[in-house]
Design a protein around this ligand. Structure first.
Ligand SMILES: Nc1ncnc2c1ncn2[C@@H]1O[C@H](COP(=O)(O)OP(=O)(O)OP(=O)(O)O)[C@@H](O)[C@H]1O
Length: 462
């Protein structure tokens, strides 16, 4: 582990001393202390710390001033005390990391490693030495049907999908190909108290033949055109009282976008060949893997449609952003599923070798979950055929068809040629996201800490 700067904000206990002692055994750390004699740390941002420990007793003294602890946003926090306290009310469940007040050095080391690993995984993304102490089963794994996730950023995404899903707002899902946009769309749909009982109508906008757009979206009556042998309700009416999911919305041609916008604004449609208008009522969820804002600048996506569809935006992190633990979790899950599927049996999974874990942790999977599932399925087929997982042959198989990031461009971080350009991009993203750091960081594909450091570098503050 590299040298880390740890801030300890203590209430009335002596845990800073214990912490310092444990840290000196387990990590190369500089500990900066605040205690109950000192007022709350007002210049935490300027201190450039890597992690903050806050005792619940310290925070209680400043409970009225939410800003006091909001200032530490961008730096991971480990709470010290009881996990039950109302003091965490402003921290989503998925983000709470709690170290019991009676911690010992081993529990401190495990919590610290897990937190730092999660934060820095984008940069290092390989198992930490001695990580065996933190087994996968100890990490929070969640399952929504077949949707499996584990990383804090995915817990946050799912929490937001449920939260906004319960409201009657249009939701735009952004994410690279293979990240699971349809799963998230279904999660949003299933969270609404009324629309959840209606139909879920998925439409891939990239696969709509131009000439059939109106008939497929708004419906047609029998005889409206050659080949219209029966009435067709159209996607918008099929979704009535349910959810219409428009995937690849960025692929809808510009001149079709205005027709869709009009229907959404008026809440009525005219089926092709009919004089009647019909009312429509559904929740709209859209998804894209294309940069709509750039497309608006280039004049290929309508700003008015963008405003209509993106009341709430949810960003799905790439597999790389979710980190090694989640890749491994998904790989083992996919491997087990494939064994069952290919053998038609409830076959026991073999113990997976260490070289495989290393490979999964360090591979980038530009095709995201879809690609990872494909590799796991290959390996499962190999295992069923040969009964062993021999490294050389398996690696050959796993790496076949591997496409690197440079070729696909999908896992590369934003590339800015000048400082001025980067500053203006960061400013743009901040303004677009009303200076909310989490959303801005997600939009830029950065961690909150990276964004915070860049804001400091360019003298940007909200
Ligand atoms: N978290 C997950 N847990 C389990 N399976 C997943 C998860 N995420 C994605 N998948 C799998 O990956 C595949 C791709 O997911 P999905 O089709 O939803 O991605 P997408 O983002 O809509 O991709 P595209 O943009 O290419 O349409 C799915 O078939 C599903 O099996």
């Amino acid at each position: 582990m590299n040298m880390i700067r740890v801030l300890v904000w203590e209430g009335q206990h002596d845990f800073a001393k214990r912490l310092e002692r444990c840290l000196s055994q387990h990590a190369d750390a500089e500990v900066i202390r605040y205690d109950d004699e000192v007022d709350h740390p007002s210049s935490m941002e300027a201190m450039d710390v890597d992690i903050v420990f806050i005792s619940t007793t310290a925070l209680r003294r400043y409970e009225k001033n939410h800003l006091a602890w909001k200032r530490i946003e961008g730096v991971p926090v480990i709470w010290v005390g009881s996990g039950e306290q109302s003091i965490y009310a402003t921290t989503p469940l998925s983000e709470r990391v709690v170290l019991p007040a009676y911690f010992n050095c081993a529990s401190l080391s495990a919590v610290l490693k897990h937190t730092l690993h999660t934060v820095t995984q984008g940069a290092t993304d390989r198992p930490l030495p001695g990580d065996d102490a933190i087994s996968l089963t100890e990490l929070p794994m969640a399952k929504d049907g077949d949707f499996v996730y584990q990383s804090p950023c995915m817990h946050r995404l799912v929490g937001n999908a449920r939260l906004y899903g319960a409201l009657s707002v249009n939701v735009l899902i952004r994410g690279a190909s293979g990240t699971g946009k349809e799963y998230v769309a279904r999660l949003v749909a299933d969270s609404h108290p009324e629309y959840r009982s209606g139909p879920f109508v998925p439409v891939n906008c990239a696969a709509i033949p131009d000439a059939l757009f109106e008939s497929l979206f708004f419906g047609h009556v029998r005889g409206a055109f050659t080949g219209a042998v029966r009435d067709h309700p159209g996607f918008l009416r099929e979704a009535n009282n349910g959810t219409l999911y428009l995937d690849e919305i960025g692929d809808l041609p510009f001149y079709q976008q205005v027709k869709l916008l009009r229907a959404l604004e008026d809440g009525v449609i005219h089926p092709v060949g009919s004089n009647e208008t019909m009312r429509i009522n559904f929740r709209l969820v859209t998804a894209t893997n294309r940069p709509l804002i750039n497309m608006i600048r280039e004049g290929t996506f309508r700003l008015d449609l963008y405003h209509r569809i993106s009341v709430v935006e949810l960003y799905i992190p790439t597999l790389q952003e979710r980190g090694g633990d989640e890749k491994w979790l998904l790989f083992t899950h996919a491997f087990r599923l494939a064994l069952e599927k290919f053998s038609g049996d409830d076959i026991a999974s073999p113990e997976l070798p260490g070289w495989l874990k290393d490979w999964v942790y360090t591979s980038q999977f530009p095709g995201n979950v879809r690609e990872l599932f494909n590799r796991a399925a290959r390996l499962a087929a190999f295992y069923l055929g040969h009964g062993v997982l021999e490294q050389t042959e398996c690696m050959h198989l796993l790496r076949a068809g591997e496409i690197d990031c440079e070729t696909t461009g999908v896992c590369a971080p934003p590339d800015f040629s000048t400082r001025a350009e980067e500053r203006s991009q960061v400013l743009d993203a901040l303004e677009k996201n009303q200076w909310r750091r989490l959303e801005t960081a997600e939009a830029l594909g950065w961690s909150r800490k990276t964004l915070w450091l860049k804001m400091k570098k360019y003298g940007l503050s909200g």
